[in-house]
Design a protein around this ligand. Structure first.
Ligand code: ZN
Length: 563
C-alpha cells in the first residue's frame, strides 16, 4: 500500500490562536500536532478571502489563473455579477487530477465546489450549496440520499445571523457547534466506507464564530474588555476546542500510511469595516458620479440622506407601514426589492461622467475603462494609470478620524497581487485595510485641500471579525519532520505537495512548490516530476442557481458580511 493523504481544512483557523491555546493546554491534539509534526503559518491568496483561497488550495494556482476573485463573478462586458460556482474554477483541481490517475478521492464541504463535479470518488459540495435536495449537492447524487437517511439533514449553513441580530448569542453558538459536529460525523461515516487515496474535509464554522465573536479572543480589539462574557467566556475557543476534538479523532482513525494535512485558507483578525465607506469615498473624490435628475437617482438620493443602509431593509422603509409584514414575508417581494435595489444602484450611476466605481456588495475599486466597461470613459494606458495612482494615493493617506491611524495597510494594483489570464475580470485596485482598528470613519484631504469625509453605506451589524493573510499549515505522519516550524509556505504549495506525497507529477502551470522541507531526507529521495498541465477546463459557465436559491445564497453571503 502506498502513501495516502487526509486533509482537514479549517476555515479561518488562526495560527497565533492555535499556538497560544495549545501552549496553555486548551488544545491537546493541536499541541501533539505541533510537537510531532510540522506546523507553521501559511500565506493565503492576495486578498485572503475564502472564495479566492479555497480554489487556490484545490488547484495550486493563484486566483489570476483559477479565475475566482470573490463569491460573485463579474460578467465580462457588463456591470453585473453572478454567484461563483465550481464551473468558474478554470484550473484543474487536485480532485480531478487524482481522478485522472485513477486514485480515489473524497472532497467534503469545500467552498466554491457547487455544483459537485464528477470525480473518482465522492464530493459533498460546500458553503453556498442551496440544500441537500439541490441538483449537484453531492456527487454521485446517491450520497445525498445516504446523508438524508443517516443524518436527516445536512448543515451547509448553520442558522446564526438572525440569532446574532436578536442577541441570542448562545443559540447562534449552539447552532455552529451542531453544524460542525454533524460535518465531522458525516466525514467519519464517509471515511469508513472505503480506502481513500485523498480524503479531504473542510469546516467553515470557525470562520463564522470569528466574524461574530472576534472581540472575545483579541485583547487588541477595543471591545475586548466590554463584551458580555456571562453567557460564554470565549466562544471562539469553544469552537477551536471542538475542532481539536475532531482532530484527535482523525489522528486516531488514520493508519500509519496516511499523512495528515491540517490547514486553513486564511486567518482571523479585527474587522476594519473600511469597505463600507468605499463607494462614498469615490463619490466624494468626484470619481463616481450619481445621476441627480432621474427618478431613481432622486429616490435613492433621498433615501441615502435618511439612512446609511443599502440593504433590503431600505426597502422596508420605503413601504407604507401596513404593507410591511405581509409583503415582506413574501419571498418574491423580497426578491423584487433586492433586484430593484441592485439595479437602481447600478443605474443611478452617471456612467458618462464616472471614472471609478465600486459596487455596494463588491467594494474594491474598478476604473470605468473604455473598451471593457459597457459605458467606459477612461482611456487605457496613461489615463487609466493616473486614475489608479490617484485612488491609491488618496486611500494611502486616508485616516480614521477617531484615532488618526491610517485607514489602510496597503493598496495594490491588481497585477501586484495576481497574475494569469483571468486577471482582467478582477477589480483594478485591491485594498488591504488596516487590521488594527475597527474604522469609525474615513477622512482624507484631497489635492485641492478639501477635507473629504466618506459615509458608511453598508450595514455590518453583528460583524466584528475579519480576515488576516496568514492561515495555518501542518503536516503529520510518516516521513514528516517532527517538531519543526514550517516557514514560508503558501496556500498554492499544498496541491503540489499532496501530488508529490501521492507519487504523481506536478502540472507545470501550478504556482506552488511541494513542501519538501517538511519531509525527512528518506521521504524526499524521489525528485519532483512535472507534467504538462491539462488543457481540460470546466465547461462554459452558466447560471446554476434557481431564482429562489439565489435569494437564499445572497442572504448567506450577507450574514457573514461578504456582500
Ligand atoms: Zn475562509
Amino acid at each position: 500500500m502506498g502513501t495516502k493523504v487526509f486533509v482537514f481544512g479549517i476555515d479561518a483557523l488562526t495560527p497565533s490562536l492555535v499556538r497560544q491555546w495549545a501552549a496553555e493546554g486548551h488544545l491537546s491534539n493541536f499541541a501533539r500536532l505541533i510537537a510531532e509534526g510540522c506546523f507553521g503559518k501559511m500565506r493565503s491568496t492576495g486578498e485572503f478571502s475564502s472564495p479566492q483561497a479555497w480554489p487556490s488550495f484545490m488547484t495550486g494556482v493563484n486566483p489570476g489563473k483559477h479565475g475566482i476573485f470573490s463569491f460573485l463573478q463579474r460578467i465580462p462586458g457588463t456591470y453585473r455579477f453572478h454567484h461563483s460556482t465550481s464551473q468558474d474554477i478554470k484550473a484543474e483541481t487536485i480532485f480531478s487530477i487524482l481522478s485522472r490517475h485513477n486514485r480515489t478521492v473524497a472532497a467534503l464541504n469545500f467552498p466554491c465546489t457547487y455544483p459537485a463535479q464528477p470525480v473518482n470518488g465522492i464530493v459533498v459540495a460546500g458553503w453556498l450549496t442551496p440544500s441537500l435536495q439541490a441538483d449537484g449537492a453531492t456527487y454521485p447524487a446517491s450520497i445525498a440520499d445516504q446523508l438524508q437517511n443517516c443524518f436527516g439533514h445536512y448543515p451547509f449553513h448553520a442558522d446564526t445571523k438572525r440569532h446574532i441580530i436578536a442577541r441570542h448569542n448562545q443559540r447562534a453558538l449552539t447552532n455552529l457547534i451542531d453544524a460542525l459536529e454533524t460535518k465531522i460525523k458525516v466525514g467519519q461515516y464517509l471515511y469508513d466506507q472505503q480506502s481513500w487515496d485523498l480524503f479531504a474535509l473542510a469546516v467553515v464554522e470557525t470562520d463564522a464564530v470569528q466574524h461574530y465573536f472576534w472581540p472575545y479572543c483579541d485583547p487588541r480589539h477595543p471591545l475586548y474588555e466590554q463584551v458580555d462574557r456571562s453567557w460564554c467566556e470565549n466562544p471562539v475557543l469553544v469552537l477551536y476546542q471542538q475542532v481539536d476534538a475532531a482532530l484527535g479523532k482523525f489522528m486516531e482513525k488514520i493508519d500509519d500510511q496516511t499523512i495528515l494535512v491540517v490547514m486553513s485558507d486564511h486567518g482571523g483578525g479585527i474587522l476594519n469595516q473600511g469597505r463600507a465607506y468605499m463607494r462614498s469615498f469615490l463619490q466624494e473624490l468626484g470619481l463616481l458620479m450619481v445621476k441627480r435628475s432621474t427618478l431613481t437617482g432622486s429616490l435613492i438620493g433621498s433615501v441615502r440622506s435618511r439612512t446609511r443602509r443599502f440593504t433590503e431593509q431600505i426597502g422596508h422603509r420605503w413601504l407604507p407601514k401596513g404593507m410591511k409584514s405581509s409583503l415582506l414575508s413574501n419571498r418574491l417581494t423580497r426578491r423584487w426589492i433586492e433586484n430593484y435595489y441592485a439595479k437602481s444602484f447600478i443605474s443611478q450611476n452617471d456612467w458618462s461622467r464616472t471614472k471609478a466605481y465600486s459596487f455596494y456588495w463588491e467594494t474594491q475599486p474598478w476604473v470605468n475603462l473604455a473598451g471593457r466597461e459597457p459605458d467606459g470613459i477612461v482611456q487605457p494606458g496613461e489615463e487609466y494609470e493616473q486614475i489608479r495612482d490617484y485612488i491609491i494615493r488618496m486611500l494611502s493617506q486616508a485616516k480614521d478620524p477617531a484615532t488618526g491611524q491610517r485607514a489602510v495597510e496597503r493598496v495594490f494594483r491588481r497585477e501586484e497581487l495576481y497574475h494569469g489570464p483571468y486577471l482582467e475580470n478582477f477589480p483594478d485596485i485591491a485594498v488591504w485595510w488596516n487590521r488594527n482598528i475597527p474604522l469609525s470613519g474615513l477622512v482624507v484631504v484631497d489635492d485641492s485641500g478639501k477635507v473629504i469625509k466618506a459615509k458608511k453605506e453598508m450595514d455590518m451589524a453583528g460583524l466584528y471579525g475579519g480576515h488576516s493573510p496568514e492561515g495555518v499549515v501542518s503536516l503529520w505522519g510518516p516521513g514528516i519532520n517532527s517538531g519543526q516550524t514550517l516557514e514560508g509556505a503558501r496556500i498554492e504549495d499544498l496541491a503540489p505537495t499532496i501530488l508529490y506525497l501521492l507519487g504523481h507529477p506536478v502540472p507545470d502551470d501550478m504556482d506552488g512548490m511541494p513542501l519538501l522541507r517538511a519531509m525527512t531526507e528518506d521521504a524526499t529521495q524521489r525528485p519532483v516530476e512535472y507534467e504538462e498541465a491539462s488543457s481540460q477546463k470546466p465547461q462554459t459557465t452558466e447560471e446554476v442557481y434557481s431564482e429562489e436559491d439565489e435569494v437564499a445564497v445572497k442572504q448567506r453571503l450577507r450574514d457573514l458580511g461578504y456582500i
